[in-house]
Ligand binder design. Structure first.
Ligand SMILES: NC(=O)c1ccc[n+]([C@@H]2O[C@H](COP(=O)([O-])OP(=O)(O)OC[C@H]3O[C@@H](n4cnc5c(N)ncnc54)[C@H](OP(=O)(O)O)[C@@H]3O)[C@@H](O)[C@H]2O)c1
Length: 269
């Protein structure tokens, strides 16, 4: 069990739909929090909102306005955490981007951006925090994946494959760090009602009856998984069962998803 009140947490994607809720719930647990986002305006709005609701001690929160795909930006996260909180215990990689389109029609630059944001930046952030976490004999890395990181979804090919990579990275790193005091978790929500999903995705989801969770609930599940030290967690049923079926019988899933993929194609951007 992790006592979040004692943690100094880096949260990327803090200004996103899930991130905002995570920030609120983590602060409620009494932790110190570095909120990472690309827009200072959004970060300040988030802080004002959190402060109005929770009357947060300003010494417990810092706003870190950086692009995580940028090397200097990642270093700034470390520097600000060290300066304000003398280090960090928990890194939550929640920033992410996604496209709903034909793979062929995505630009090369966009495919690169999806992997830079969803895979390379979290990996390099992990690399940055590990020496300190190992030396203080305490640390936890939490990578926010997706059900799409275990079931390859048509029309989300770049995003889906980036989350497969993040899952593989989390598993390998966890095994590599097994003899240290640093834990690595991979937590995979199913679809969530946030602006990551465009109106085209919402329309498609409605048509194919895709389950979509509220960000508040997903944040609660994520915080609960962190407290309970879950190594790998798939949120939502029956999606968590489909993950197992796809791992054992992907050919069956190829057939089962064919008609759904045809419907979804009508909505792609
Ligand atoms: N929503 C879903 O259906 C769903 C389902 C499963 C998993 N997830 C995963 O959950 C996580 C959070 O998703 P969400 O729904 O909260 O997304 P969201 O509302 O679109 O928020 C995305 C967040 O990532 C940040 N971000 C994106 N690129 C960045 C960059 N280069 N540098 C720094 N920050 C960057 C955004 O910052 P700005 O405010 O500056 O843009 C924002 O805070 C993602 O990893 C996503 O893949 C989401």
């Amino acid at each position: 069990m992790t006592m979040l009140s004692e943690e100094r947490i880096i949260l990327t994607g803090a200004t996103g739909g899930i991130g905002k809720e995570l920030a609120r719930q983590l602060l409620n647990q009494g932790c110190k929090l570095g909120l990472v986002g690309r827009s200072m305006e959004k970060l300040e709005q988030l802080f004002a909102h959190l402060n109005a609701e929770l009357n947060v001690d300003t010494n417990r929160v810092i706003l870190i306005c950086v692009d995580i795909t940028n090397k200097t930006g990642r270093q700034m996260i470390i520097d600000k955490m060290e300066k304000n909180f003398y280090g960090y215990d928990l890194l939550i990689n929640a920033a992410g981007i996604m496209d709903f389109s034909s793979f062929m029609n995505q630009t090369d630059e966009r495919i690169e951006a999806v992997f830079e944001t969803n895979v390379i930046a979290p990996m390099l952030l992990c690399k940055k925090v590990l020496p300190y976490m190992i030396s203080q004999k305490k640390g936890h890395i939490v990578n926010i994946g997706s059900i799409f990181g275990s079931i390859g979804f048509a029309w989300f090919t770049s995003y889906s494959s980036s989350k497969f990579a993040l899952r593989g990275f989390s598993q390998a790193l966890r095994r590599e760090l097994a003899e240290t005091c640093v834990k690595v978790s991979y937590i995979a929500p199913r679809a969530v009602k946030t602006s990551l999903n465009s109106s085209a995705v919402y329309n498609m989801a409605k048509q194919v009856k895709m389950n979509m969770d509220q960000p508040e609930l997903v944040a609660t599940w994520i915080v609960d998984s962190i407290i309970k030290d879950h190594k790998e967690k798939y949120l939502g049923f029956p999606e968590s069962l489909f993950v197992r079926i796809n791992a054992i019988l992907p050919g069956i899933v190829d057939i089962a998803t064919r008609s759904q993929n045809k419907i979804a194609q009508k909505f792609i951007e």
